[in-house]
Design a protein around this ligand. Structure first.
Ligand code: IPT
Length: 271
């Protein structure tokens, strides 16, 4: 048997760690994995990737590409009878899926900063073409709103450390200096830490920084990064297991979908 993985940019840490975990579990179960990587966040790029996998006669497909509900429907149709599991869609999407709860993660980050007494909070989102970036952003805003807080500044990055660096310089140059920054992933947080240091501010004494992902390197940033953990190994393993179960039993797609929790990992960038 062969599984196909259509994935977003593997130069990003999260998708590469997810692909690695999938490959490990698939090999343990006696499956091969072939990978098709998309080069931009569009429906047509995703279609091309899925067509490429189907032409290689895969037995099931994993889709780690951010997709709106409509686009996920289009891709599910394109796959026809082939089992297909989605990893980056809205929790409400009516497809077979395994996801981390974006609202849970966003809320954990905000509640952590509020518990430390922060009020002047800036946010740095991921690219708004990504459904997960949008849902984390919405989760931040709605949790802050419950406490009558609006962000003192908002910027949008593209998940890369370079964008984190650039956007943080913009945030720090605004008249109101935030006491904390919520960042949509750890790679952007890495760039933010550099910008903050160049600005001559101490983390966490003068400014707190919190990431999202807990990728393999995050404990080795300086200072070690406080973040919201998404257990990518678990995601990779569960998705392969559930897709394989589905192949064997033709299980009901709704029953085997799964929403995984996130957790706060407190290190040394928040106080
Ligand atoms: C998501 C990561 O949190 C983010 O850092 C970025 O790498 C993104 O993937 C790329 O699409 S995790 C995804 C399963 C929602």
């Amino acid at each position: 048997y062969t599984l196909g993985l259509a994935t977003t940019e593997l130069a990003l840490h999260a998708p590469s760690q997810i692909a690695s975990a999938m490959k490990t579990r698939a090999n343990q179960l006696g499956f091969n994995v072939v990978i098709s990587m998309i080069d931009n966040l569009s429906l047509s790029a995703c279609r091309t990737a899925v067509n490429e996998l189907m032409s290689q006669r895969v037995d099931g497909v994993l889709i780690n590409v951010p997709l709106s509900n409509d686009d996920a429907g289009v891709i599910a149709q394109l796959c026809g009878d082939l089992p297909v599991l989605f990893l980056d869609v809205d929790p409400q999407a009516d497809v077979f899926k395994i996801l981390f709860d974006p609202h849970c993660g966003a809320e954990q980050g905000v509640e952590h900063l509020l518990a430390l007494g922060h009020q002047k909070i800036a946010v740095l989102t991921g690219p708004l073409e990504s459904i997960s970036a949008r849902l984390r952003y919405e989760g931040w805003l709605s949790t802050l709103a419950k406490h009558q807080i609006t962000p003192c500044a908002i910027q949008h990055g593209d998940w890369s450390a370079a964008s984190g660096y650039q956007q943080a310089l913009l945030l720090l140059n605004q008249p109101v200096r935030p006491t904390a920054i919520l960042i949509a992933n750890d790679q952007m947080a890495l760039g933010v830490l550099r910008a903050v240091h160049e600005f001559g501010l101490r983390v966490p004494e003068q400014i707190s920084v919190i990431g999202y992902d807990d990728t393999e390197d995050s404990a080795f940033f300086f200072p070690p990064l406080t973040t919201i953990k998404q257990d990518f190994r678990l995601l990779g393993h569960e998705s392969v297991k559930r897709l394989v179960d589905h192949l064997h039993h033709h299980g009901d797609k709704q029953q085997s979908s799964l929403l995984l929790p996130t957790s706060l990992v407190e290190r040394h960038t928040t106080s």
